[in-house]
Design a binder for this molecule. Structure first.
Ligand code: AGP
Length: 611
């Protein structure tokens, strides 16, 4: 998953392109590059390994450039390691055609061997390099760049968002989309192309989202779109760019992750704002009103998601089943597409995604397209693909999440799932009123948890040198064990495993010794006794234990736990919202102690737009 951007217009094209790349860095940051036109129609290409700052250093003062056409790319390597040679833009053999690409060309081998027979050679290990050479191949035949571009695109299999410029036509950007997100940005000074609105919102006022099998020809004051599968010109009106103001600064926080963890009280507040009607004991979810009738007939919900969103979905499973009595199944989207389970017409598919652009989750939604299944979404990013291809949904309103490790989005997702459970379970159980009154109290209780940050930091320092960690929990605490382990893995690179506390004796307990500590989530009332027995089993094997619990259990645990983090009490059903902040802070302080790049951990990216 990479980020691509392009600009053609009156202004110095490198400025909006580099700003766009900066905003797209969450999509990948192992190398970057630009290509831009100069006098006598030549195209210059500059690439660098590492962050956009490294590319900026290479380019020097942008004001010294006078180009009005440029494309750029920030990379997350799929084919070929992060080197300058494998960075994009990739070009044809005589450097007259330059391409930036996000996605995977699945038939690149076949195309490469066809072109090699035609005398082409390949300098990089990327799949992308076949594209400019294939365009060149057809250009030599047709002497028409637009035709050559379309003929080449028709050959490609897999997922792609592509932008191309060439010395042959120095006043046009050619673009194509299949699966990977791509849009055109419209502004008074010129037009842009980009992976999402954030790539263009410095300049563009309006946006036109491209759909699958579409190619576009973009000039400085016009654009045209064609669906090459249906050989049909598309007339699509631009829409207003929907982007919450990107709070680009970290404020006084050392990292976006710490800032976003500390935004948790406000995040839960925003997620419930205007949605809990205490006066009428009801829930209002505007985004679901247009499918209210179908929702009344729903007898099963299938939640699909990836990573942290999947773990939020697991909390949602417990909530919806307990509060609304509707059976729920949660599936990792990356595997769901291989399942052949018939969906009854009263099953709803609920996709959970922070970015709204995760390719696996989009593929899960596309799998049920046309089947009559109600497609719902819980999304944080307005205007994203998932918010556009679902029938209805609920926005998280958590604001942009910059740090790769998802924290506040998880808080908002769990809160929205609680609201959906209450909506579907309106008045069905005594729990309903209880939770309706308790949910608005959660932001204050989270602020209490945040006051333990120093304690959590001290504990984190103590455990930062361990190589392995087990996270355990039961019931609502179990998904938090999984989420806690993921947070530690993705930013501290320590091996961590989450497992149901009751499952430990069926295998994982074998790993436990004094070098393999355990993080026990035991905030919930109803099952904590059982989790305490599991802690006994660990203690019997000299395992070290950090436990998260509430005041009433401190006495019982003082001889069992090596370290304790005490959090306010609340309903078991809402305990995940308090425990999440603890496991997020713990992972943060371990990574901080290890001096790692917390907001941009190695090998990861914020939005995974390839399958
Ligand atoms: C979580 O911290 C990770 N960034 C990752 O697991 C993420 O949750 C996953 O890629 C899903 O992303 P989404 O919510 O944007 O779909």
């Amino acid at each position: 998953m990479c980020g691509i951007v392009g600009y053609i217009g009156k202004n110095n094209a490198l400025i909006p392109v580099l700003n766009g790349l900066k905003n797209l860095e969450y999509r990948g940051y192992d190398s970057a590059g630009v290509a831009y036109t100069v006098k006598n129609n030549n195209v210059i290409c500059v690439k660098q390994v590492g962050r956009i700052d490294a590319l900026l250093a290479e380019l020097g003062q942008l004001n010294n450039y006078t180009t009005n056409l440029a494309i750029g790319h920030t990379r997350w390597a799929t084919h070929g390691s992060p080197t300058r040679l494998n960075a994009h833009p990739q070009s044809n053999n005589d450097s007259s055609i330059f391409v930036v690409h996000n996605g995977i060309i699945e038939n690149h081998d076949a195309i490469r061997s066809m072109l090699k027979k035609d005398g082409y050679y390949f300098a990089s290990n990327t799949d992308t390099e076949v594209i400019p050479n294939l365009i060149d191949h057809y250009y030599k035949k047709s002497q028409n760049l637009e035709t050559a571009f379309e003929l080449a695109i028709r050959q490609l299999e897999g997922a792609f968002a592509i932008a191309m410029i060439s010395a042959f036509k120095p006043n046009v950007i050619y673009a194509a989309k299949l699966s990977s997100p791509l849009a055109i940005g419209i502004s008074k000074s010129g037009n842009m192309v980009g992976s999402d609105a954030s790539a263009m919102n410095d300049v563009a006022e309006k946006i036109v989202y491209l759909e699958d099998y579409e190619i576009a020809t973009i000039k400085n004051s016009s654009y045209k779109i064609k669906n090459y599968k249906m050989a049909k010109n598309i007339n699509r009106q631009p829409e207003q760019i929907e982007l919450e103001n990107i709070e680009s600064s970290k404020g006084n926080f050392a990292h976006y992750m710490l800032k976003e963890i500390n935004e948790a009280p406000k995040t839960v507040q925003s997620a419930i704002l205007g949605r809990i009607k205490l006066e009428t004991h009801s829930i209002k979810l505007g985004g679901l009103e247009r499918v209210e009738e179908q929702l009344d007939n729903i007898d099963r919900i299938l939640i699909v998601a990836c990573g942290t969103s999947y773990y939020a979905g697991l909390v949602g499973e417990y909530l919806i089943e307990e509060i609304a009595g509707i059976p729920v199944e949660v599936q990792q989207a990356s595997e769901y597409k291989y399942r052949s389970e018939p969906l009854s017409k009263n099953t709803a598919l609920l996709a959970v995604s922070q970015s709204g652009e995760t390719a696996d989750t989009i593929a899960a939604l596309k799998k049920v397209e046309g089947s009559g299944t109600l497609k719902l979404g819980i999304v944080n990013s307005p205007g994203s693909t998932i918010s556009r291809i679902t029938d209805a949904g609920v926005y998280c309103h958590a604001g942009p999440e910059i740090s790769v490790a998802s924290t506040k989005a998880f808080m908002a997702q769990v809160t929205v799932l609680a609201l959906i459970a209450l909506k579907l379970g309106e008045g069905k159980s005594s729990l309903y009123i209880n939770l309706l009154n308790e949910l608005p109290a959660i932001p204050q209780k989270i602020s209490e948890v945040l006051k333990s940050a120093d304690t959590i930091q001290e504990i984190a320092k103590k455990y930062a040198s361990y190589k392995d960690f087990l996270y355990i929990g039961r019931g609502y605490d179990y998904p938090l064990a999984l989420e806690g382990a993921l947070k530690l893995k993705e930013i501290s690179y320590i091996h961590a495993e989450g497992c149901p506390a009751g499952e430990m004796k069926h295998g994982p307990l074998a790993m436990i010794d004094e070098l393999f500590p355990t993080f026990a989530l035991a905030g919930g009332k109803s099952l904590s006794q059982k989790t305490f027995s599991n802690m006994q089993e660990i203690k019997a094997r000299n395992g070290k234990i950090i436990v998260v619990t509430t005041k009433k259990s401190v006495k019982a645990l003082k001889d069992l736990a090596d370290d304790m983090i005490v959090i306010p009490d609340t309903n078991d059903q809402l305990m995940p919202l308090l425990e999440a902040v603890v496991v997020q802070l713990f992972a943060y302080y371990v990574a901080l102690h290890k001096g790692l790049d917390i907001d941009k951990p190695r090998n990861l990216a914020k939005s995974v737009t390839v399958e």
